[in-house]
Each structure stands twice: as structure tokens, then as C-alpha cells.
Design a protein around this ligand. Structure first.
Ligand code: SF4
Ligand code: SF4
Length: 475
């Protein structure tokens, strides 16, 4: 970023617009000719909440990688302020906003309560309206959004992908390095694809085991449904075992998370309306989600649909009923007996669970409730693994660096099993762990609970590793 043109928010801008209130600005509507139009520009009051203290800097992955002010939360907020004041939207501004992973680590770290999550979402929608991307970038984004939010299209990809994996052609292609040289983003996409499991189709209704304690609807998700059907199956079984009737609406579709995180506001709203319709019709008490990015978006539907008179109230009611699967299980409390699993586990906080939803204690408490399981914490836990929705496809190089850093911290725990609650994190971390040469098992929190409730052997969670049980104390 050109620091001369923008000034340096650490030391004060070239022209001081901060006024006499210690950084509190009141910019009102965006200045004409500036970066933003009047449809939900970055909220000036929220921009003004940033007092430039810099507490967020050490937790920001892009600042950790590059040490550039404009690639920190504070710098990005400063660019928003410039846009509000009348600076036109430049390629450089967009680069710095694009480089943000949307991990919300800065939201957790900020002592002033700056709502950076809202700000970057508003900014990204403006970028999509006012910035023309290069032809290759438009093509890549077009391809991603023609496939990823469409569960049926993703499922169609399974056949060819499984073929590649079974014949070993995927590994052969990777060894040539050709795809990486020609199309790094496609190479990143290929390397992230998980080993595909047998498809498991859930029935539309699963009945509670024993006394019914709740009726829940379940989001099956796009990537989760197509690439991790075992996670959805495990979610259904664990909820049943804990006394829930589980309804799986067939017509639910995408929740809109990828769209909303990439500024595709109208598309995200379309998906959100369909989800609200679908789960309202299912007549459930709670809507349970096992993918962190989807859950955080669905909890924010009230804001996404606030301008829609037909949906605003319904979206607000819907959002109040959304729970991550670990939250609902923790709220209900366990009734299904747990069998021991003698294994050491490193739990990785998915950013959209820990930072965006504040869900940290519940998955840990559920895992600690399994006899024989020992939980280990990962150093630099607040730093994103580099997955961040489609960030690792759009920005493969920094994503890879962050993935390798996360893998090194995970390996250093000495744990045999990595547990997390987001399909993107599972793919990103699995790929980085493979590169590290220290194979370990990968599982979603509910898969570990499912294995314990069903009394499965630890080896089922550790495929491809030397799967003897760990000698761990009961925990
Ligand atoms: S911690 Fe909050 S107030 Fe301080 S610089 Fe970062 S965003 Fe601004
Ligand atoms: S969301 Fe993450 S990457 Fe973006 S500014 Fe905040 S900490 Fe940095």
C-alpha cells in the first residue's frame, strides 16, 4: 500500500480528520465521488470506534505475515475512513481489503468493541459493486460461485474426484507441479479436496433415542454435504442419541455464507430467504449447524434481511434459534453414555466458531467428557489456519504459509488427532499436515462424540496412521 498517499494511521494521517475527540469521527453519509455509494457503506460510527490502539495487530494473520500497517485491521479501517471521506476506490485499497481473511480475530482482540465483521462485510459488498476485477479473477470467482453454493453440482464433482483419487492421478498431477505453475488457484483447489468418503444420505427425519428432549432442524451444508457426508451422519446420530428428533429439510440449499463473505449481497439474501422458508416449514425448535462459517452467517440473518419487509422479522426470529451443534449438545447436557477413547486430541478453534460466535468452551467441554481423551491446546490458537471460506483458493500463497504455521503448531502438541468444527479448516489443515510429513487423524467434534457413544475403536478416527491407542490419563 502506498503509505504516502494514505498517511499512516499508527502515527496519524497526512491530513488529520480525527477531530478533537481522540479518534471518534462522525462522517455521516459517504462523501460524493468517494469509494462508497449510499447503500450500506461502511458504518461511519463503527469506523469511528477504532481508536488506533493496535491491540488487534498481533492477532491479525496478514499483519503477522507481512508486518504492513495497511494489512492490519487498523489499516483497513483507515482505508474505509478515507473512502467515506471522498477518496475514490483504488486497486490498492481493494487489494488490502481482499487480503483480509475475515477471520474476526481482531473482533475478539479489540478492547474498544470495534465491529470489524460488519465493516468488512459492508465494504466487500461495495467493492463488488464498484471495482472491476481482472478477467482471470472474474473467471475464477465465477467458477467458484457457479459450483460451491450448489450442493447438487458439488455432488456431481464427487465421481470424477473419486476417480482421480482411486487411480492416484491426483498425486501424479501434484508431483509434476504443472497445475501449480499454470493455475495456482486450481492447484490449491485440487490439493484441498479431501479423500472422499462413501456417500451417506440422511433421511428426512431421524427419531430421538429414548425420551424426546427437542425437535431440531439440521443444515446439511454445501461442502459439508458433498465432501464430508460422514460428519452430517455423525451429527444426526449424536443428536438422536441425546434425545433429539432431527428434521433434515430436503429443499434447504446454501445458507449464503460464501456469498455474504465475498460481497455478493443480493445472492446471499436469496439463499437466506430460502433457508428461512425451508426451516420455518419444517416446524423445528432449533436449527442446528455443524459448519462454523454457515452458523455465523445464519445467526446474522436479521441484519442480512433487515431491509426486506417480508422477511426482516422472520429472519430475526430464525436467527435466534440457530445453534452450533456443540452449543445445543452442551445446553441439553449428555444423556447417552460415553465409551472411552484413549487418544490425545489437539482442538483447533475454527475462526467463525470462536471469534464470530464466541463458541470455545462448549466443544472443549464435550471432548473432555469422553473418558480417556486428553485435550491439548495449540499455540497461537487465535491465528487463522488460512482456510477462510474460499480465501485459500483466491490467495493460495498466504493461505499456504498460514496453513504451514498452523500445522507446525499442531504437530508440536504431540496429539494424534486434530479436531475442529468446520469443513474448510479440516481441508486446509489436512493438506498442511500432509505437507509437514507428520500424519495424524482429522475429525469433526461430532465424529469423536459419535465414536465414543457408539463404542468404536480409536483406530476408526486415525486412518492412515499407526493407530495404536495413546497412553493417556482419563480426562
Ligand atoms: S484493537 Fe480495535 S480500536 Fe485498537 S486499533 Fe484494532 S480495531 Fe482499532
Ligand atoms: S478479520 Fe482477520 S485478517 Fe481481517 S483484519 Fe481482522 S484479524 Fe486481520
Amino acid at each position: 500500500m502506498d503509505q504516502q498517499a494514505t498517511g499512516n494511521p499508527a502515527t496519524g494521517p497526512a491530513t488529520d480528520h480525527l477531530g478533537e475527540t481522540g479518534g471518534v469521527v462522525d462522517l455521516g453519509m459517504p462523501a460524493p465521488g468517494g469509494a462508497f455509494d449510499e447503500h450500506h457503506p461502511p458504518d461511519a460510527a463503527l469506523v469511528g470506534d477504532c481508536v488506533h490502539c493496535g491491540f488487534c495487530l498481533p492477532t491479525c494473520p496478514t499483519y503477522a505475515l507481512w508486518g504492513e500497517e495497511m494489512d492490519s485491521p487498523r489499516g483497513r479501517i483507515y482505508l474505509m475512513k478515507e473512502g467515506l471521506e471522498g477518496e475514490p476506490m483504488t486497486d490498492s485499497m481493494v487489494e488490502h481489503w481482499d487480503a483480509c481473511l475475515g477471520c474476526m480475530s481482531c473482533v475478539t482482540a479489540c478492547p474498544s468493541g470495534v465491529q470489524y465483521d460488519t465493516l468488512i462485510e459492508q465494504t466487500r459488498a461495495q467493492v463488488e459493486r464498484h471495482h472491476r476485477r481482472s478477467a482471470s479473477e472474474r473467471a475464477l470467482r465465477g467458477l467458484i460461485f457457479a459450483i460451491f453454493p450448489h450442493p447438487k453440482r458439488l455432488r456431481l464433482l464427487r465421481g470424477p474426484l473419486r476417480g482421480l483419487q482411486r487411480t492416484g492421478l491426483d498425486r501424479a498431477l501434484r508431483r509434476t507441479g504443472l497445475l501449480e505453475r499454470v493455475a495456482p488457484s486450481l492447484a490449491a483447489m485440487e490439493s484441498l479436496a479431501p479423500r472422499l468418503e462413501r456417500p451417506e444420505r440422511l433421511p428426512e427425519r431421524l427419531t430421538a433415542t429414548g425420551e424426546r428432549r427437542a425437535v431440531v432442524g439440521m443444515l446439511t451444508g454445501c461442502v459439508q454435504g458433498a465432501f464430508f457426508p460422514g460428519v452430517n451422519a455423525a451429527t444426526g446420530r449424536v443428536l438422536q442419541a441425546e434425545g433429539c428428533d432431527v428434521v433434515v429439510p430436503r429443499d434447504q440449499g446454501c445458507c449464503g455464507a460464501l456469498s455474504v463473505h465475498n460481497g455478493r449481497e443480493a445472492e446471499a439474501q436469496r439463499y437466506a430467504r430460502r433457508i428461512v422458508d425451508s426451516f420455518e416449514a419444517a416446524g423445528v425448535e432449533w436449527v442446528v449447524v455443524n459448519a462454523a462459517g454457515c452458523g455465523s452467517t445464519m445467526k446474522d440473518y436479521a441484519r442480512l434481511l433487515a431491509d426486506d419487509p417480508a422477511y426482516a422479522e422472520r429472519a430475526a426470529r430464525f436467527a435466534e434459534r440457530v445453534r452450533d451443534v456443540s452449543e445445543i449438545l452442551d445446553e441439553l447436557g449428555p444423556v447417552a453414555p460415553r465409551h472411552p477413547l484413549a487418544v490425545t486430541v489437539a482442538y483447533h478453534d475454527a475462526c467463525h466458531l470462536a471469534h464470530a460466535q464466541g463458541v470455545r468452551a462448549q466443544p472443549r467441554s464435550l471432548l473432555r467428557g469422553i473418558p480417556g481423551l486428553e485435550l491439548r491446546e495449540i499455540a497461537e490458537a487465535e491465528l487463522c489456519c488460512g482456510s477462510a471460506g474460499i480465501y485459500n483458493i483466491l490467495n493460495p500463497e498466504p493461505a499456504r504459509e498460514l496453513g504451514d504455521r498452523k500445522a507446525a503448531n499442531i504437530v508440536a502438541t504431540g496429539a494424534r488427532l486434530l479436531v475442529t468444527a468446520n469443513p474448510g479448516c479440516l481441508m486446509q489443515v489436512a493438506s498442511a499436515i500432509t505437507r509437514s510429513g507428520h500424519p495424524m487423524g482429522m475429525a469433526h467434534t461430532v465424529e469423536v462424540l459419535d465414536a465414543s457413544i457408539r463404542g468404536l475403536p480409536v483406530s476408526d478416527l486415525l486412518p492412515g496412521t499407526n493407530a495404536a491407542p495413546d497412553a493417556v490419563s482419563a480426562g
